[in-house]
Design a protein around this ligand. Structure first.
Ligand code: IFM
Length: 478
């Protein structure tokens, strides 16, 4: 019996129980937790370069040490066991296993993932690796990065080699995480590595990320047809600020670029015609070669949905119409030449300033089920970030996070009741970690990490989530 488990042997029945086999997980990503940036032959990534560039990351924070998961992974697996997780989503650091983005794998880096996956399996926790969570080897960026077609082929080669090495013990694979962020935050707004502000290049990056996904799925499918393969996309619920033509069209454009630009090629094998028209002046068509869409539209077994918030969108410029903690800026040419702004939707927000709307998750899930070919769905990220400190008792009473996850789990349960094939839920995140351009200022973990000592302390949400997992669902609200 562990500190996070209850002592009674038979939990009460959950009023909202999830189906048998539902995966209860938590998610992390390599650069955000591993540290060990210069160890065992790991090569530099675009995030090493970006975070060391003054002014790019709050407080000048880097992932050099992060939460030292590279050395503490066994303790972290013990924490997962305490929580009762049945699955753990993590990412493989491309530069750790293939330091320059080409050639044979780095044995020491690979061994780390062997030890990690073996440790998870010994603990009865299913490993869910993601192959790309934004840490592109710097050498590949030096050669042009994701806007270059060759990067997709380099990614497929890396995926193929990792799959050959770990496919005997890992049967669930996600290719790319949130290609929208990698492409548009990395190459259009420049808020993420590599920090470029080239909208046309961002569109090419998006296409090549998806092409890389398709090529990787082909390679992995050929080796182990029984493996379950997919990608994780970040989807938003989008509402026009009013019924005006300008607002409705702005919502269409944002939905097109944020959601459909990824869902349509992945699940239908075509780009949305309206988005192509919106970005026509950027010459996107030129990078799409014959056969690419068929490669991108490989049959997949599962789609990962990362959901955090809803955007309320306007097409009418005003003083209040501005980006509300969103990566879009009012003059983003990549959502078309017309104005697009974000307005306050009047909902409570998390510590990131992101509006909390669990109804949006239900909307996203039911839309996928209704409008796209059938595919198993997993919520591969969902959670809330706050500025948190340990209290006088040495813990964190994170009732806001509990309320957030509880509400989103209830919305997920409703979606299942509505027929959505939702098979699992991974909260973001297991541990507090490096929140990209926010550095260590925002905490998403179920487990608090003291960055000076690396001491881990489960928050109230960890105890609460362990109870949900043990119950297999949620009690009816009091
Ligand atoms: O921390 C990130 C994660 O890496 C990708 N999805 C959103 C999370 C919270 O911002």
């Amino acid at each position: 019996m562990t500190s996070l488990q209850h002592s009674s042997s038979t939990p009460p029945a959950a009023a909202r129980s999830f189906p048998a086999g539902f995966r209860w997980g938590a998610a992390t990503a390599a650069y955000q937790i591993e540290g060990g940036a210069a160890e065992d032959g790991r090569g530099p990534s675009i995030w090493d370069t970006f975070s060391r560039t003054p002014g790019k990351v709050l407080g000048g924070d880097t992932g050099d040490v992060a939460v030292d998961h590279y050395h503490r992974f066994r303790d972290d697996i013990a924490l997962m066991s305490d929580l009762g997780l049945t699955a753990y989503r993590f990412s493989i650091s491309w530069p750790r296993v293939q330091p320059t983005g080409g050639g044979p794998l780095n044995q020491a880096g690979l061994d780390f993932y062997r030890r990690l996956t073996d440790g998870l399996l010994e603990a009865g926790i299913e490993p869910w690796p993601t192959l790309y969570h934004w840490d592109l080897p710097q050498s590949l960026e030096d050669a042009g990065g994701w806007p270059e077609r060759d990067t997709a082929y380099r990614f497929a080669d890396y995926a193929d080699q990792i799959h050959a090495a770990l496919g005997d013990r890992v049967g669930q694979w996600m290719t790319v995480n949130e290609p929208w962020c990698a492409a548009f935050l990395g190459y259009a707004s420049g808020e993420h590595a590599p920090g470029r502000r080239e909208p046309a290049a961002a569109l090419r990056a998006a296409h090549h990320l998806m092409l890389g996904h398709g090529l990787a799925v082909q390679a992995m499918r050929a080796r182990h047809p029984e493996h379950r393969l997919g990608a994780a996309v970040n989807l938003y619920a989008i509402t026009p600020a009013s019924g005006s033509d300008a607002d409705v069209d702005a919502a269409r454009r944002v939905d097109g670029m944020q959601n459909r630009f990824f869902l349509d090629p992945l699940l239908r094998g075509s780009y949305p015609a309206d988005v192509l028209a919106d970005v026509a002046q950027l010459g996107f068509d030129e990078c799409v070669q014959d056969g690419d869409l068929a490669i991108i539209n490989q049959p997949i077994d599962q789609l990962g949905v990362n959901y955090y918030s809803r955007f309320t969108v306007t097409g009418e410029a005003s003083e209040t119409a501005q980006a509300v903690s969103s990566p879009f800026s009012s003059d983003s040419p990549w959502v078309g030449s017309e104005f697009v702004g974000f307005v306050d939707g009047g909902r409570p927000v998390t510590g990131m300033g992101w509006e909390i709307d669990e109804g949006g998750l239900h909307e996203v899930l039911t839309r996928l089920h209704r409008d796209y070919p059938p595919v198993d769905l997993y919520i591969t990220e969902n959670g809330a970030g706050y500025d948190e400190v340990l209290n006088g008792e040495g813990t964190v009473h994170d009732g806001d996070r509990i309320a957030y996850i509880d509400a989103h789990l209830r919305a997920s349960h409703d979606a299942i009741a509505d027929g959505v094939p939702l098979r699992g839920y991974f909260t973001w995140s297991l541990l507090d970690n490096f929140e990209w351009s926010w550095g260590y200022s925002k905490r998403f973990g179920l487990v608090h990490v003291d960055y000076a000592t690396q001491r881990r302390v489960p928050k109230d949400s960890a105890r609460w989530y362990a109870g949900v997992i043990r119950l297999g669902g949620l009690p009816e609200r009091a």
